[in-house]
Structure formats: C-alpha cells, structure tokens
Ligand binder design. Sequence first.
Ligand code: HEM
Length: 511
Amino acid sequence: MGAFVGVYTFGFVAASVCVILLTYITYQLLKNYLHKWKQLKPVPGIGNTYPFIGNALQFKTNAGDFFCQVVGFTKEFWNSPMFKLWVGPVPFLILYHAETIETVLNNPVHMDKAYAYKFLHPWLGTGLLTSTGDKWRHRRKLLTPTFHFSILNEFLEVMNEQAEVLIEKLEKQAGKGPFNCFSYITLCALDIICETAMGKKVYAQSNHDSEYVRSVYRMSDIIARRQRMPWYWPDFVYNYFGEGREHDRSLKILHSFTESVINERAEYIHYTDSDSESDQGMRKRRAFLDMLLKTTDEDGKKMTHKDIQEEVDTFMFEGHDTTAAAMNWAVHLLGSHPEVQRKAQQELHEIFGESERPINTEDLKKLRYLECVIKEALRLFPSVPFFARTICEDTQINGYKVPKGANVIVITYSLHRDPRYFPDPEEFRPERFLPENSAGRHPYAYIPFSAGLRNCIGQRFALMEEKVILASILRYFNITACQKREELRPLGELILRPEQGIWITLERRKH
Ligand code: HEM
C-alpha cells in the first residue's frame, strides 16, 4: 500500500512538474512573440497579418511567383527603409537600400544566419556558410589560406581544360539554330568545382546523367520549398506529410558521394605526398580537399573527416550553381547586346590575337572590360538573389526598433536596381563598373558576394572561373540571344535561375 502511494505521489509530482514546465515554456514563447509583435508594429507590413501564421497564406507557393511577389513588395515599399513579413510566428524585415543594409552587415554582432538556414543543416552541417560564433570564426581562419591566389593559379589549369571540353561540346551546336546552353555551362562549372574542391573528375560534361548532379538540384528545390512553408518546419510534420522521405533519399546520395571522395583522397594522401609525382609520372594537382586534410589549427589539431565533409559539401553547394547561373545570365546579356559583345571580343583580340593558347594569370588581369561585363551581369542577376541574418541584440534600423531574434532578409536583386546608384537600372551597361564610374558609389549599393565579415570566401575563384569560361566562348563564337528579358522569368530560389533556361544561337568565329 505504502509503495503504491509512493508511486502514485511520484507520478502526480512528475505530471505537475511537466505541466508547470510546459506552461512556463508556452508563457515565455508567447511573451517573446508578443514582444516582437509590439516592437515591430510601426514597421510597414503587407496585407492582413494573422497571429501565429502571419502572412503565410498570402505567399505564392510556386518559387518563381513567390520571388516576383517579394520583388513586387520591394517596389511597393520603395520609399520606406524596409517592410516586414511574418512567416508563421517568425518576423522577417526586408531590406533593399544600401544604407539600411550597411547597418546590419557592418555590425559583427549580427553575423548569425537566419532561422531558414536551419534547413540547409542536414546537407551542409554547420560548415562555413551555416555556422555561427566561435565555430565560424575558427573555420574561416582555417579556410582563408585555402583560397590564396597561389592555389587559385593552379586551378586555372583545370578551368582552361574544362573550358576546352565546353567549347568542343558547343562546337556541335554552332550554326545549328537555337539551343538551351544552361546545362552545358552548368556541367562545366560542376566539373570545375569537383576537380578543384575534391580533386575528383566526374566528367559531368561527357556524362550528364549523374545521380549526384540530379540530387544537388533536387535538394536545392526541396529546401527552398520548405523554407517558404512554415507548417513544414517541424521535422515530424515534414517527415509525415511533406517531402521528408524524398529529402532523405537525396541527402543519402549527396553524402555518400562526398564521403567516399574524402576517404579515397585521404587514403591517397596517406600513401603519397600530394606534391610528389603520381603513378603516371605527372604532378598530382592540389585540391581544396587536400589542404583541408592537411591543415592544422594553432594547437596543431587536424580537421576530422566530418568537419571536412561539411566544408566540401558547402563548396559543392555554393561553388558551382552560383558561378553557373552567373555565366548563363552573362551569356544571355552578351547575346542580346551585340555592341558589348564586340567590345569584349576586341579586348580578347588585343590579348590573344589569332592564338588559341590557354588563358594565363597575366591575361586575366588584362581582361578589364570582360570583368565589367561580369560585374554588370551580377548586378542585374545576382546568383544569390537574397540572404538573411538574425538580429542578435536589440537594435535600431533607420529609426525603427528591431528586437533581438528578428530576421533580416537582404534582397540583393532589388538593392542592385536602386536608380540613385544605377540610373536606368534595368539597362545592361558594363561601363558602370569602369573605375572612373564606380568611384564614390555607396559601398553597400553593389554586393553580389555579400559584404562585411561573412562575405563570400570564393569570390576570387568565381570571377576567375567566369573570366576563363566566358573568354573561351567569346574567342570561338558569336552569341545571339533568342529570348527577350521579359521571357526569362528569374526563379529566385536559393540561386537565381532562368525558368526556361538560356536559349541562344552560336556562330563559329573565323580566326
Ligand atoms: C558568382 C559566384 C558566387 C556568388 C554570387 C556568391 C555569393 C555569395 C554570397 C551572397 C554569400 C553570402 C551568403 C549568406 O550570407 O547567406 C556567399 C557566401 C559563401 N560563398 Fe559564395 N558566391 C559565389 C561563388 C562561390 C564559390 C565559387 C565558392 C567556393 C568555391 C563560394 C563559397 C562560399 C562560402 C563558403 C560562403 C560562406 C562564407 C562565410 O559565411 O564565411 N562561393 N557567397
């Protein structure tokens, strides 16, 4: 009897503690939510906002429509420094003016990535893109030397080789009418990142039906969709009612591929010194992965394979889709502006004449006009059309109180169309980026690679790759675009892509 009373009393106490704890947590969450709601009240908002679901019912579910919708809001609220969206119970402040963006990106306190990046974690872990605080600082310090220009110069060889494969592939389309060049360029970018990041040739350009490649695209789609649908944010809802299973299937393919490459490479390094002669008597090329396997921190500690995998997956995600999209948009713009194309080809002629030699580092420095073309294309079509941060302490943005925990989304796509800094913003004018025309421009008016502490670590790599590939195409072909700007419909998911691809015709140039 006594034991029964004891168990009964214990059960009662435990249940009471649970109820009290749950009530307390609910109270705290509610208090926090109401505090944010009250603080953000003065910030202009869109349409009807309902408690807990916010504006979610107003959002278009299709990615292209959703992106156009948000860009439409930035036009509607252009005269306000920002506006707010409630995605479920989470407030997002949308920024599109250089001055307000600077306040956030310039402040190292707000370096944490927003809640929506959580959905990248299963794939990328907490690698450089998604980590925060000390982990991020430690990793950034460790990885920065990996992007040193001496290693980038070694990558130039890979870029030239893959450009050559691309030209052979494009050659087959020259003079044959319109075709979609999107996957040609994307697979070339993929070959480049696989070889430079992992030291692994995947021959994507010759064998396009790769399971890994398909999973990379599938995963980006799946994540972007989940980010827009707050009811799928809790894992159990997503797994039972959403695309959880499809997500896990793609994840398995992605991880087992990179994992096997890392193991293979680690074993290779174990048996040979990567700088020595390989079995074919050729010098083995270095890859980012080799440096990650060898790098040590100040205490002499190496990165674990799991740490390395986070970074390799991050490079694979950030390092090829972004450059591929950028090059495709640039090809479209060159193809629809013959005068710009002629100028770029003139510059190439001055450097290379009739020679078909590969591009070297000295050439890259001389490609000044092409660099302006690349920058202007990234202005109109930034590959990363928006990115987000969490506000880490109560702050003021342009007179508005912003509570800790709010999220900020920087819409680079709209920022880059500010007529104060880019008159006739929709016009494609590479000359805007000549040094004399860029002088005095607000430093946050043009940020395709983000800015501040968490800017893109791969930007020099990206510009180099773009120069090599675009220069190669322009040396061999004249491009004509077959689509009008209105037909392109940029799909602003994680990466900005044209909905129907990029349709062009190519004509072989005489040398
Ligand atoms: C045209 C090409 C590229 C564009 C437009 C671009 C743009 C960006 C942007 C906007 C960010 C900030 C994202 C955010 O805050 O959420 C970023 C971060 C990053 N990018 Fe890139 N990127 C490009 C190419 C690359 C390449 C080629 C690599 C690697 C090989 C790379 C690696 C990274 C990494 C690791 C980060 C995270 C940096 C950190 O938080 O410390 N990116 N990139």
